[in-house]
Ligand binder design. Structure first.
Ligand code: SF4
Length: 248
């Protein structure tokens, strides 16, 4: 890694402690957030690993394995958290299994408290139709929050180019709701840069990406999009909902 010495020095000091306080975590964001804004993705991940050690994980939706690939090069054995909502396409589960089989990562599949059948029994059949916000809260937001309890920082594959709502996603920011440091190493990457990294490194990609699904979520809430359409227009199509809530 080629991160500035000032950052590396702070990281070495910080990694000696475990489970920092909220104030300490906020201070880290305050001091290094701007410094890392223009750093290469590998350097950002390496800084996070050096700073937080095993209290840092990455998350993946399994739309592709770009972030998992990058992180596994920097820190083999790193925790990769996947939210298994019970509503994923078979291709997404297949991509998750392929990532676990081929990359040196510790894949952690998180499931909601209730199975889909149990949720249907409690809230009525197909909650995603009647109250998608509650469905996302139960199957994504709460499980992620619980799974991050043992970490000080988490990384996402969030990119500003994906949707206007993500335009202000900082590379290193403070996640107020989760009280964690949120790292987005790919925030500045364009679609072309993602494609180049995939091609150059033979990175796994969810096959649905080549079948009209540039943005992949749960099957009940994801539809194909036409060429030239907003890539995220296939998510919760026909509703005002644009995000599941894990990034809000
Ligand atoms: S994306 Fe749809 S099915 Fe998945 S958790 Fe949200 S509302 Fe439920």
């Amino acid at each position: 890694m080629t991160a500035p010495n000032t950052i590396a020095a702070r990281a070495r000091r910080g990694s000696e402690t475990e489970g920092r306080s909220t104030d300490e975590l906020r201070e880290i964001v305050f001091h290094v957030g701007a410094e890392l804004e223009l750093a290469p993705a590998e350097d950002i991940i390496e800084w996070a690993v050096a700073t937080f050690g095993d209290r840092f994980c990455i998350t993946s939706s399994m739309a592709d394995a770009v972030l998992s690939h990058l992180a596994s090069k920097v820190a083999p054995g790193i925790d990769v958290v996947f939210l298994d909502t019970g509503y994923h396409f078979a291709e997404t589960i297949g991509t998750r299994d392929a990532v676990e089989a081929t990359l040196p990562v510790n894949l952690i599949s998180i499931t909601p408290v209730q199975s889909v059948a149990e949720q249907d029994a409690t809230y009525g059949k197909d909650l995603y139709k009647t109250d998608p916000d509650l469905c996302c809260a139960l199957r994504k937001v709460q499980p992620l929050k619980q799974s991050l309890a043992g970490y000080d920082a988490w990384a996402t594959g969030l990119r500003r180019a994906e949707t206007h709502n993500r335009v202000i996603a900082p590379v290193v920011g403070w996640d107020e709701k989760k009280q964690k440091v949120k790292v987005s190493p790919l925030a500045r990457w364009s679609d072309e840069e993602v494609e180049r990294y995939i091609t150059d490194n033979g990175v796994l990609v969810n096959p649905l990406q080549y079948d009209g699904y540039p943005s992949i979520g749960c099957w009940p809430c994801t539809r194909r999009v036409a060429p030239g359409e907003d890539p995220r227009s296939g998510r919760w199509a026909g509703t005002n909902k644009t995000e599941c809530g894990i990034h809000q």
